[in-house]
Ligand binder design. Structure first.
Ligand SMILES: [Zn+2]
Ligand SMILES: [Zn+2]
Length: 171
């Protein structure tokens, strides 16, 4: 299993391979070490290390993660834009069949790419991303309500910590 996460101390984005084999994540930028909690990776069969599954985020204690396709959105948008541009040229040349052939094939390419791309898990709270074996467990797809809950939680924590340093509370 691979993890891509933002270091809680320096904010540097780091990537580690084989999370199930290491005891801690060490930031390559500032050296901050994050021990991987024992309960974060669990297996239904204790003898089978290959069947290790992610139970919760190893960076933050959150158990809420969502499953999605590990598909770079920019690539998807780029494919569509290139297809649109090429079809406009074909349309300008009055090549009706070619226009629709281009539009159809770019849409098809997007669909094919979507299906061949592996799934990944993303932590709602800290944004850590997990790919590879053991990431597809009982976690569901993206839920806007959970996302909003965590967004507000982060915003509140941030305003609390900045309020503590800049201005004392009025009460
Ligand atoms: Zn760091
Ligand atoms: Zn997290």
């Amino acid at each position: 299993m691979h993890i891509t996460y933002a270091c809680p101390r320096c904010g540097n984005t780091d990537r580690h391979h084989g999370v199930e084999k290491i005891a801690e994540l060490v930031c390559q930028s500032c050296g901050e070490s994050l021990p991987i909690p024992d309960d974060a990776l669990g297996s239904t069969n204790p003898d089978e290390t290959s069947a290790l599954r992610l139970r919760r985020c190893v960076v933050c204690p959150s158990t809420e993660l969502f499953r999605r396709k590990d598909f770079p959105q920019r690539l998807g948008v780029a494919i569509v834009l290139v297809g649109l541009f090429a079809s406009c040229i074909a349309w300008g040349m009055r090549e009706l069949v070619l226009t629709f052939a281009i539009l159809f094939s770019t849409a098809l390419l997007d669909v094919i790419l979507y299906f061949v791309m592996p799934e990944c898990l993303t932590c709602y709270r800290c944004g850590a991303r997990y790919t590879g074996n053991g990431v597809v467990d009982s976690f569901g797809g993206f839920d806007l309500e959970t996302h909003e809950k965590h967004r507000q939680l982060v915003a509140r924590t941030r305003s609390l910590s900045s309020g503590r340093t800049s201005a004392p509370p009025s009460s």
